[in-house]
Design a protein around this ligand. Structure first.
Ligand code: EPU
Length: 336
């Protein structure tokens, strides 16, 4: 079903809760509806907004916003080892994780409680606690506005990377994802290697699927602010990937600095949260915006802030980190 809104306030549709307005917003369910909207409206300017969890509006939007609301989770084929599912873009990601865990299906439990919808998961290849959406995604189906047709890309064709995919690169600005196909395992495959996960799972009584979900939820709740209470968009910055020599120089000065190997032995990933924290900015507040007091990667709206105020703080954080460590940190959040 299509729902059409004119002159709509976006405050409840973006997790930063900034007060911006859109000229028009249309919610759609099916790909037929989506194609009909494009044919009828022929929009010059349009964008997709699903959960609004990774976006910062700094101005009103004068174009057409498309918002997928399909709630379908459909089981495709099943083997002794795995099950394939087709998931509508509008399904809440964490509802999908809960659905899978209830049915003893492994693969996305480490991605519990990530805010946002299933259709957004492939765009930035959401990831946490040693797992990424790309580990389970088989294919992504979307409308390609340039080709004016529906297309499906396989996992390989999506060119997934750390918080990256083809949808942020070559296909940026021309796709509307309508569904994803994922494959989940019936066999236990716990991934406990990241941070406090193993300790928390042990505390709960061992590595069952339910305990892992519970552990991840409790770790996230302890560190990340609830968007319903405090406007934010999760990690505002990406963890920087730097040349090995750069990391080694910093490690000589800060031996305790967290660092992670990447697929390329010459590149090392650093923790932007640690860099911001060490630069003295954790919990820093400037008027209505601030750096979260328990996770320095997260910028928060203490109430009533504009997108511009958040950006000003973000620039200050970037400059301070650059001055102290010589490292540039990029934003993860889309700024509009
Ligand atoms: N750290 C600090 N101070 C801070 C924050 C972090 O010293 O304020 C240190 C931690 O002690 C740890 C290291 O930095 O040694 C890494 O921190 P953490 O494990 O909390 O993870 P992160 O690298 O800060 C990433 C993701 C999160 C995801 C966590 C867990 C990015 C940009 N962020 O954060 O994703 O939940 O790992 O896997 O990769 C998101 O994308 O919105 C998000 C929350």
């Amino acid at each position: 079903m299509i729902r059409d809104f004119k002159e709509i306030n976006l405050a409840e549709r973006n997790s930063f809760h900034v007060e911006q307005r859109a000229r028009r917003l249309i919610e759609f369910e099916t790909e037929e509806e989506l194609m009909a909207i494009f044919r009828r409206e022929q929009p010059d300017r349009w964008m997709v907004l699903s959960g609004g969890n990774n976006i910062l509006f700094t101005q009103d939007y004068e174009g057409l916003i498309l918002s997928p609301v399909s709630q379908r989770i459909e089981q495709l084929d099943e083997s002794a080892e795995s099950i394939r599912l087709r998931v509508g873009a509008g399904v809440e990601w964490d509802d999908l994780v809960a659905w899978a865990v209830e049915r003893d299906l492994w693969g996305i439990e480490n991605l519990s409680l990530i805010p946002g919808k299933a259709g957004a998961a492939p765009v930035q290849n959401i990831g946490a606690y040693g797992a990424e959406a790309k580990d389970v995604i088989r294919s992504v189906r979307f409308y390609d506005a340039e080709a004016d047709c529906m297309r499906t890309l396989t996992r390989e064709e999506c060119v997934f990377g750390y918080r990256e995919s083809i949808f942020k690169q070559a296909l940026k600005g021309r796709t509307v994802i309508t569904e994803i196909e994922i494959e989940l395992s019936k066999k236990a495959a716990p991934r406990l290697g990241y941070g406090d996960v193993e300790r928390e799972v042990e505390r709960l009584g061992g590595a069952t699927l339910r305990n892992i979900r519970e552990a991840i939820c409790s770790i996230r709740r302890s560190k990340l602010p609830d968007t319903a209470v405090l406007g934010n968009a999760g990690s505002f910055f990406k963890n920087p990937v730097v040349a090995r020599v750069v990391a080694e120089e910093l490690l000589a000065q800060y031996p305790e600095m967290p660092h992670y190997a990447t697929a390329d032995p010459e590149q090392v990933k650093l923790a932007a949260g640690w860099l911001i924290d060490r630069a003295g900015l954790k919990g820093y507040r400037e008027g209505r915006v601030g750096v979260h007091e328990r996770q320095a990667l997260v910028l928060v709206n203490h109430g009533g802030a504009t997108g511009g105020e958040v950006i000003a703080l973000a620039r200050k954080v970037q400059e301070t980190v650059k001055q102290k460590f010589g490292i540039e940190i990029d934003t993860e959040v889309n700024i509009l």
